[in-house]
Design a protein around this ligand. Structure first.
Ligand code: AKG
Ligand code: FE2
Length: 262
């Protein structure tokens, strides 16, 4: 059976101040290829201080170790504990970045829209697997544009490719990036929304932190002209409003009408 290795892409040409057009071109080409083949890649040299990542993970560990009363005292939209076996066993804490004042666009000029309203940051806690069950999050695709994930110490994330589940090794200094359904639709199926899942390891807690980059809810999503009529291809998807798609996905996260083609 073929063995697939998820590509790791050095993004330092975009972070360092000196010009490095060659390096940028190479990284872009590697990303394009990874999005076509896997919908998934890792990035190295991302420029986020490791100390900051470690502080974020410590903050989540402290939150998830607190009592149920304390956890339930945060607004109900922010804290969620999965109770559906089929969806997996996890707890998560959500921050909406727009309400935090982070990444908020100025009101002028008016044509610059704040497109960050649906972006959010999720801290996720998985308890150790038991003899009977080990599903952290069951197989799914992310609905939005791009997800950037940090699983520092304990692995468990797996990506599906050609009938195989590829484990993604944890790394303190790398981030995982996956493409969501919106990009698959915009690219007219050239870039793949990666199917992935989390398997909980035995005897250890697992924490991860994911940033979901989305479009605004009232955005109409359909295959881009560059990926259809401009290259003589017909659209493989009909258009939809992002918020309606998200509602569809939330209505039943366990039975994928979760696919963009539904
Ligand atoms: O915790 C992880 O490693 C992945 C989480 C995930 O796939 C998700 O929240 O959509
Ligand atoms: Fe996901």
């Amino acid at each position: 059976m073929a063995y697939f290795d998820i590509p790791t892409i050095d993004v330092s040409p975009f972070i360092r101040s000196e010009e490095n057009e060659e390096g940028k071109k190479k990284a872009i080409e590697q990303m394009r290829e990874a999005c076509v083949n896997y919908g998934f890649f890792q990035i190295a040299n991302h420029g986020i201080p490791l100390e900051l990542l470690s502080r974020i993970m410590d903050m989540y560990k402290t939150f998830f170790a607190s009592s149920d009363d304390e956890k339930l005292s945060v607004p109900s939209d922010n804290y969620f504990k999965s109770t559906k076996k089929s969806a997996g066993t996890y707890e998560q804490l959500l921050f909406h970045l727009s309400s935090s004042g982070f990444n908020v666009c100025p009101e002028n000029p008016p044509h610059i829209k704040n497109d960050q309203a649906r972006d959010f940051l999720l801290g996720i806690y998985y308890s150790p697997a038991t003899e009977a069950e080990n599903v952290g999050k069951s197989a799914h695709k992310d609905p939005g544009c791009i997800t950037i994930l940090y699983q520092a110490e304990v692995g468990g994330l797996q990506v599906h490719k050609d009938e195989q589940w590829i484990p993604i090794a944890p790394s303190k200094d790398k981030l995982e990036v996956n493409i969501g359904d919106v990009i698959q639709v915009l690219s007219n199926n050239k870039f793949k929304s990666a199917t992935h899942r989390v398997i909980r390891p035995r005897e250890t807690n697992r924490y991860s932190c994911a940033f979901f980059y989305n479009v605004q809810g009232d955005k109409w999503v359909e295959p881009l002209p560059q990926c259809t009529k401009e290259i003589g291809e017909s659209p493989k998807y009909r258009g939809f409003l992002f918020k309606e798609y998200v509602q569809l996905r939330q209505r039943d996260e366990t039975h994928p009408p979760a696919r963009p083609e539904d």
